[in-house]
Design a binder for this molecule. Structure first.
Ligand code: UDP
Length: 236
């Protein structure tokens, strides 16, 4: 059997990815399926850190008329709900997991400590990063870029509802063009809605490649790990 291409990866799961077809909240079957896919990576000795989003419950921009900082803290709390749900699903199938939060809530999870996170990964535990960066005005995509740089992940696996990056919404336009490969600069210049510009710049400056793919096929993560070209590859 061929060997995995990566030793340490950062998987970004948007809140939407955890909501399945429900579009809101958590879909148990979807969360369980993702947990199984993560377990498969762990069994291949790939170290997996996960950043969870929160958009299935709340996004800062949902709180129109609210104080932005308050609305963003609500979003960060939403990511903690998702982190705990994923931890539970992983532990149910026997995977050792630690949740680390960027905002201290010690009764619930460990605080984020980089060295400790790396140590967990080395022990083949799955580390789930929740509460974003701990700062308002940021996104969990930026969190993914930041944590990937900090823990020296080789790649960000960006799980999306759509199977790749397109020049326009493929659900709306039949002639939407799919990109197999893109540079960070293209993403920024073309204003492609893959990640926000802060996250894209951080990846560009730190040379962290991104694989964008859909969770529609439960084999996709494994395919990427073994180097199969699916979705969109964003790099320098
Ligand atoms: N958020 C934040 N700072 C961070 C990460 C997230 O303020 O470092 C807030 C922000 O309001 C965001 C919400 O948490 O809208 C949920 O995160 P995001 O929208 O990135 O989730 P996703 O779209 O991935 O589900």
């Amino acid at each position: 059997m061929s060997k995995p291409l990566y030793k340490r990866v950062l998987l970004k799961l948007s809140g939407e990815a955890l909501a399945g077809d429900k579009g809101f909240g958590l879909d148990t079957d979807t969360v369980n399926s993702i947990a199984i896919q993560i377990k498969e990576l762990m069994e291949l000795q790939v170290e997996v850190a996960v950043v969870v989003g929160g958009g299935n419950f709340w996004r800062g921009r949902t709180g129109e008329g609210m104080d932005r900082t308050t609305a963003d803290y609500m979003g960060m709390l939403a990511t903690v709900i998702n982190g705990l749900a994923l931890q539970d699903a992983l532990e149910n199938i026997g995977v050792l997991t630690r949740v680390q939060t960027a905002i201290e809530m010690r009764q619930i999870a460990e605080p984020y400590i980089r060295r400790r996170a790396v140590r967990h990964l080395e022990k083949n535990r799955i580390v789930i990063f929740a509460a974003g960066t701990g700062n308002p005005y940021f996104s969990t995509d930026t969190t993914a870029a930041l944590r990937a740089a900090e823990i020296e992940a080789e790649v960000i696996l960006l799980a999306k509802k759509v199977d790749a990056v397109y020049d326009k919404d493929p659900n709306e336009f039949d002639d939407a063009k799919k990109f197999d490969e893109l540079s960070y600069i293209d993403v920024l210049k073309l204003g492609l809605k893959v990640m926000d510009s802060t996250a894209t710049s951080l990846c560009m400056d730190n040379k962290i490649p991104i694989k964008v793919f859909g969770l529609d096929n439960p084999e996709n993560i494994k395919k990427i790990i073994f180097g199969e070209q699916i979705g969109t590859y964003i790099h320098n």
